[in-house]
Design a protein around this ligand. Structure first.
Ligand code: PMP
Length: 292
């Protein structure tokens, strides 16, 4: 098998030669933004939405990306084409670029733009049928007035701390609360709760404005369920009929247990099952063609 080709600042280089400087501020300070994107069956799912969100994240950290959105879109498609990929995970990274050891971003001349595209299945592997286990974590989600979770920044340490805690507690996914005890999201996915036939999800203040979240709200709407954006607490999770998390890599995963409480009857519920089919339909049949 030939080596993967990685896009770095206009060049496509073999994976073994793909490098960035140790003076890159993405490496030194987590200064930069990224996107996780998936391609299914020769089409990139919600490509425009991901590119738009990347540029919004960059704007929020006052970083100019020197490519236009159209150019960036073409770079992503071209990287997939160069690697002959049809089903793939795309990691799009824009770091502040090379500076000195001080954190002032004015010292960085130009962002580094990197696109990695490779095969990668859904995040929870073979756990989708049976459902996954959620645990609430002590570490709180970054407050929106400290480091907004709306920014998909290269600084994922808050999420990593949550994941470490979930691993320690034997959970598949962490559930973040905010400083007020309201449910925010998972370490890498948004969260939905079903109770008495109604679907709820937290507002997008203390979490990422998930692209899968938006798609799931549409699919649920087509299924006849309106999604209510609301403040939710742990009580709402413990007493839910169904809970599921959504994300580009997570896709849609039902939670069957939270902090030792069985959710519903401890099996993926009917809405989650129907939604899984609905979401698969959408991902398989929409998106920007890679090879046209
Ligand atoms: N929240 C966080 C913290 C995430 O990292 C992700 C994954 N990108 C999500 C939510 C889900 O967002 P999306 O559906 O856009 O992948």
């Amino acid at each position: 098998m030939s080596e993967l080709l990685i896009y770095i600042n206009g060049d496509c280089v073999p994976r073994s030669e793909a490098r960035v400087s140790v003076y890159d501020h993405g490496f030194l300070y987590g200064d930069g933004v990224f996107e996780s994107i998936k391609a299914y069956n020769g089409r990139v799912f919600k490509l425009k939405e991901h590119v738009d969100r990347l540029y919004d994240s960059a704007k929020a950290i006052a970083m100019d990306i020197y490519l236009t959105k159209d150019e960036m879109t073409e770079v992503i498609l071209e990287t997939l084409r160069k690697n002959n990929l049809k089903d793939a995970y795309v990691r799009l990274v824009v770091s502040r670029g090379i500076g000195d050891l001080g954190l002032d971003p004015r010292k960085c001349e130009k962002p580094n733009i990197i696109v990695i595209a490779q095969g990668w299945g859904a995040m929870y592997g073979n756990r989708y049928e049976a459902g996954i286990i959620g645990v609430s974590v002590c570490v709180r989600r970054n407050a929106p007035d400290v480091l907004s979770p709306n920014i998909k920044s290269l600084n994922y340490l808050n999420n990593i701390l949550a994941k470490i805690e979930a691993n320690e507690k034997g959970g598949d996914e962490a559930i973040f609360l905010d400083q007020n005890g309201f449910v925010c999201e998972g370490s890498a996915d948004n969260i939905f709760v079903v109770k008495n036939g109604k679907v709820y999800t937290p507002l997008t203040i203390s979490n990422l404005k998930g692209i899968t979240r938006a798609t799931v709200i549409e699919v649920l709407d087509q299924m006849g369920y309106e999604t209510i954006e609301a403040n939710l607490g742990l009580f709402d999770l413990y007493t839910a009929d169904e809970i599921f998390v959504t994300g580009t890599l997570a896709e849609m995963a039902p939670l069957i247990k939270v902090d030792g409480r069985l959710i519903g009857d401890g099996k993926p519920g009917p809405i989650a099952k129907k939604l899984a089919r609905g979401l698969k339909e959408v991902t398989a049949n929409s998106g920007t063609p890679i090879y046209s």
